[in-house]
Design a protein around this ligand. Structure first.
Ligand code: HEM
Ligand code: HEM
Length: 219
């Protein structure tokens, strides 16, 4: 059993991942059932999670940082030609898919803020935007979700390929932090730093949304 003093994925990265995995089906279900009370809070949770993960990508543990797994196109091509990965964490292709997943999640949740079901519920920034922008964000919310679904399917297939065909213990590492053949190289950043980041991101979101104009009540 590998030592867990140097996990590949620290606790905040794992919590982030599995909470996102819970949020996506919940967002889908709640939109389908028109439970916008649940839907909006799921969306805010995604915004705080993704915002915090992005900050963690700069000041988190070694293998959660973007500099650890983001590489240029030449390295991705070399990886596809069979050259190994330079990081023990995400491989060159995986790194780009992480960035794409995070970006799409951000676009999805942000576009929702401008969205409305045209009956009972409007996102908190709906009255801030003009009708052209709202319509565009409505389309973005729709299209981004399809992109997200496609990318998540690819992501799960890629994980299963590495797990089952190449016998790499990806899932164990994403659950427990490390696994045989998937151990970090440095002690993790303190977990409380991630808690502070999440609190600050949540506070910034709350403050930002509180500045948004409310609907004017004209009788
Ligand atoms: C809602 C759908 C999902 C989304 C949006 C998602 C997103 C992500 C993201 C952003 C990462 C990068 C983690 C980081 O560095 O912060 C990741 C990694 C990972 N995900 Fe998912 N994921 C989803 C579903 C799943 C499922 C269902 C599984 C299990 C089969 C899974 C297994 C993994 C594993 C094992 C890794 C680590 C990959 C590696 O070692 O390079 N994910 N996922
Ligand atoms: C990652 C987070 C989110 C996901 C995965 C998500 C997903 C969805 C899906 C699948 C739909 C139904 C398809 C559609 O009509 O476009 C939908 C509709 C909607 N979402 Fe979201 N959403 C998210 C965040 C948000 C947020 C933060 C808000 C606002 C606070 C929001 C507000 C709405 C509204 C108002 C609709 C109804 C649109 C209509 O009836 O045309 N969503 N969302």
């Amino acid at each position: 059993m590998p030592t867990s003093t140097k996990p590949l994925w620290d606790m905040p990265t794992r919590i982030f991942h599995w909470l996102i995995v819970c949020c996506l089906p919940l967002a889908w279900w709640s939109a389908d059932q028109e439970r916008y009370d649940v839907h909006q809070w799921t969306g805010y949770t995604v915004l705080v999670l993704v915002g915090s993960r992005i900050v963690w990508g700069f000041i988190g543990s070694r293998h959660s940082r973007f500099t650890d797994f983001m590489v240029g196109p030449a390295r991705v091509r070399a990886y596809l030609r069979g050259q190994g990965s330079s990081s023990v964490g995400h491989n060159p292709l995986g790194g780009w898919s992480v960035l794409l997943l995070l970006s799409l999640l951000l676009v999805q949740a942000t576009s929702g803020l401008f969205n409305s079901d045209d009956v009972l519920f409007s996102g908190p920034l709906y009255y801030w935007a003009d009708s052209g922008f709202r319509d565009a964000m409505g389309v973005v919310h729709d299209v981004a979700f399809n992109g997200l679904l496609a990318l998540v399917c690819l992501h799960v297939l890629a994980v299963l390929y590495h797990q089952l065909k190449r016998k790499e213990k990806l899932l164990q590492a994403m659950l427990r932090g490390s696994a045989i053949g998937r151990v970090g190289t440095e002690a993790p950043a303190p977990w409380w730093r991630a808690v502070i980041i999440a609190l600050l991101v949540g506070l910034a979101l709350w403050w930002g949304l509180a500045q948004a104009p409310q609907p004017s009540l004209s009788w």
